[in-house]
Design a protein around this ligand. Structure first.
Ligand code: MN
Length: 406
């Protein structure tokens, strides 16, 4: 583990955004074009300004409205950039260069950090899949037969991935409870969240090629917080036989900040275990493939769940390998989500569906009994992980508010 080093930027030490983190994002200020920044403490560092002033040969990667060109540049550029930024923010003699490029976070607007390519959502938590199985198919085994053989996923809608802070309009659609004779149309009455992590592809792969689990870090740029907003009544009626569609596609929120994999070196941990049944060769991983990230689900200003990411059955490397095992190519900006993160305990469940057990067992938030989301509700997902400096990183938070149906 590297020794603890702090930035000279005031407020960085102990903030979760010190030099052991350095997440990337895209910011805008009125009248200026969007550019790439890293976050240090409560400030954004405009990388395009310092890179040009410091004559960094990749400076054009930062004078961009998305992270895509930088993400596509690959691990050598990611590594040299991180080393360069770390130097700027820890070496006092760089202050004259850096200070003009710093701005308070609350003086800028954070934008969607990258153009999303394909968006896939997995279902990697055994606890979540089992809970949903018990509720949706009470008369059969909680897990379907394939669940421990392959990471189950579906293709989502990349065009409705939005940045944290974007309002979400309550979706309308068809719903039909088992006891209803006919479906009806109207606003979802069982609007929900799914607390997840998202992983973003930097380096593409060619069609016809497979990406091995061991090549995960060569292709994966980093991690975002992700809320897979879900209309359970629409989903329950539509999802057989081809999976979720309109119950999910109306909105997916991600954090404004992308934590690079390099910041998560102290967070790798063993998977819970995949011996029964053993996985096929292309899904095997060597060493710690799970990630120790703590999640908090905040509703009405109250933490209602603390899902632990380390309990996930399938690792991100396995999800990536599975995505490409048929020769499907990767593009820069492809986003894959983990699926709802739920632990074994009732207060570790990452969806309101589970926290209220299908709406039958209300829970308390903000001093009231709650089941599904109400208009005006604000949900915030918070994430933290051990940093290489010995403290904790604050990963990108995801927030969104529900507006009435239109
Ligand atoms: Mn999901």
């Amino acid at each position: 583990m590297t020794p603890t080093t702090s930035s000279w930027v005031e407020g960085a030490a102990g903030s979760g955004f010190d030099v052991d983190h350095l997440p990337y994002g895209v910011f805008a200020r009125s009248g200026e074009r969007p550019r790439v920044a890293v976050r240090i403490g409560d400030q954004v560092l405009d990388l395009s300004i310092v890179a040009a002033a410091d004559m960094v040969d990749t400076h054009e990667l930062f004078d961009q409205p998305t992270l895509n060109p930088f993400m596509a540049a690959g691990p050598a550029v990611w590594e040299s950039t991180r080393a360069w930024v770390t130097g700027l923010l820890t070496d006092q003699t760089e202050r004259d260069l850096v200070e003009p490029a710093l701005a308070p976070l609350d003086s800028v607007t954070m934008l969607l950090p990258f153009t999303v390519g394909d968006y896939v959502d997995f279902y990697a938590s055994e606890h979540h899949a089992s809970n949903v199985g018990r509720m949706f198919r009470p008369d059969s085994e909680p897990l379907l037969p394939n669940w421990k053989n392959l990471p189950v996923g579906y293709h989502g809608r990349s065009g409705t991935v939005v940045v944290s802070g974007t309002d979400v309009v309550r979706p309308c659609g068809q719903r039909k409870a088992p006891t209803d004779e006919l479906p009806t149309y109207g606003p979802s009455q069982r609007l929900d969240i799914e607390a997840e992590l998202g992983f973003v592809v930097g380096v593409p792969s060619a069609m016809g090629e497979r990406v091995a689990t061991a090549d995960f870090a060569r292709h994966t740029f980093g991690v975002v917080g992700l809320n897979d907003w879900s209309a359970r009544d629409i989903q329950a009626w539509e999802y057989v036989p081809l999976g979720p569609f309109l119950g999910k596609s109306f909105a997916t929120s991600i954090s404004a900040w992308v934590t690079p994999l390099a910041a998560l070196q102290a967070a790798w941990t063993d998977l819970p275990g995949q011996d029964d049944p053993p996985v096929l060769d292309y899904l095997r991983v060597d060493g710690p493939a799970g990630i120790d990230i703590e999640v908090e689900v905040v509703l009405d200003g109250e933490v209602v769940a603390r899902p632990p990411y380390r309990t996930m059955y399938w690792s991100p490397a396995q999800m990536l390998a599975h995505t490409t095992v048929n020769g499907a190519s990767l593009r820069t900006g492809d986003l894959w989500a983990s699926g709802t993160i739920s632990g074994a305990e009732p207060d570790q469940r990452g969806s309101l569906l589970e926290l209220s057990w299908g709406g039958k067992e209300p829970f308390t938030a903000g001093g009231r009994e709650r089941t599904f989301l109400e208009d005006g509700d604000e949900v915030t997902l918070r994430y933290s992980a051990p940093g290489t400096g010995g403290g904790r990183l604050t990963l990108g938070e995801v927030t969104g508010r529900i507006l009435p149906a239109r």
